[in-house]
Design a protein around this ligand. Structure first.
Ligand SMILES: C[C@@](CO)(OP(=O)(O)O)[C@H](O)COP(=O)(O)OP(=O)(O)OC[C@H]1O[C@@H](n2ccc(N)nc2=O)[C@H](O)[C@@H]1O
Ligand SMILES: Nc1ncnc2c1ncn2[C@@H]1O[C@H](COP(=O)(O)OP(=O)(O)O)[C@@H](O)[C@H]1O
Length: 284
């Protein structure tokens, strides 16, 4: 029997960091939402007690380092499943991009195996399992739009933002999330984005106010480390995007655009500077 799952990418409309915790992680407050750029997972049960991963993308690990592999092993161990699974990953989300591609694959694997093996695991329990795999995995399990606190595993669902075009541009660099958090000096941050104002803007359905309240404190690190990201933000703004921000720890920069007529001009302009440019929509 085959099970199919989509693993959408996320963007951070707001990312604030309060402090470094004793466990080495950072206390965050983020607003994340999904876009319709997704990996596709195909899962097939194996009679043997083994996990196999394949992908057309040659640049991700296919062994126990793969987050989908880790998700399969976790659910097998925790729920005493002796059967095995073959997972094919059709990768569309750029890797180490700030779009949670790996985290979303792990979340899709948890959802898919719950269905394949009819385990009856609740969404809350899937999120708890997901938190053992990574801070972004619980949000990727539920999708939608949410405020994420704690390490990123404490979720509060909120309404979706007003529909718009999202242009993603990923400069040709890989950014390590651990490296960016490691270089952040949370106590020295001079500015913090306002979660309350962003939630208000989203609840009111005000596209202009959503754009005005975009903010990501990890930019203070990544833009210093990788000037190409700052350049990509400048280009996106000069081409006329209504709102521009780096997603997560980067390097992907996203532009929010309300009018379809502007989209192709911005896309074509970006293509002159960047190979990995995607035009997507918010997932509602
Ligand atoms: C920055 C964000 C924003 O959504 O996403 P990405 O840019 O990775 O997409 C997330 O906070 C990333 O979540 P995720 O990528 O799952 O991080 P994890 O695997 O849990 O942690 C990787 C490393 O990042 C650091 N880390 C992560 C989360 C957090 N709240 N504080 C941290 O300090 C830790 O050093 C950790 O070892
Ligand atoms: N299924 C997967 N897809 C993408 N990256 C994966 C996967 N499994 C493990 N990884 C590893 O996770 C890291 C990138 O994770 P990803 O979620 O794509 O980045 P980000 O968290 O920045 O969005 C890379 O080191 C990559 O090798």
């Amino acid at each position: 029997m085959k099970i199919y799952e989509k693993a959408p990418a996320k963007i951070n409309l707001l990312l604030d960091v309060m402090r470094k915790r004793e466990d080495g992680f950072h206390e965050v407050e983020m607003i994340m939402t999904m876009v319709d750029l997704a990996d596709r997972l195909e899962m097939e049960e194996l009679q043997s007690d083994s996990i196999f991963i394949s992908s057309q993308a040659g640049y991700i690990p296919l062994d126990e380092k793969n987050l989908a592999f880790q998700a399969a092993r976790l659910i097998k161990d925790r729920y005493n499943v002796r059967k095995g699974v073959y997972i094919h990953l059709d990768k569309n989300i750029p890797v180490a991009a700030g779009l949670a591609g790996g985290s979303s694959d792990a979340a899709a694997t948890l959802r898919g195996l719950n269905r394949l093996w009819q385990l009856g695991i609740s969404e809350d329990e899937l999120c708890t399992l997901g938190a053992e795999l990574g801070s972004d995995v619980p949000f990727c399990v539920t999708g939608g739009t949410a405020i994420a606190r704690g390490r990123g595993e404490k979720l509060e669902r909120i309404p979706n933002p007003p529909q718009c075009w999202v242009i993603l541009a990923k400069p040709p660099i890989n950014v390590s999330t651990a490296d960016v958090y490691g270089k952040l000096r949370a106590s020295e941050l001079k500015q913090h984005p306002s979660t309350q104002d962003m939630v208000e803007a989203i609840s009111q359905g005000s596209f202009a106010d959503v754009c005005a309240n975009l903010g990501n404190v990890l930019e203070t690190v990544t833009l210093q480390l990788h000037p190409e990201v700052l350049q990509m933000k400048d280009i996106m703004q000069r081409l006329g995007a209504d709102g521009v921000l780096m997603s997560g720890s980067g390097p992907t920069v996203f532009g929010l655009v309300s009018k379809e007529a502007k989209v192709s001009r911005i896309y074509n302009g970006l293509r002159g500077f960047c190979k990995e440019v995607y035009v997507v929509r918010m997932l509602t």
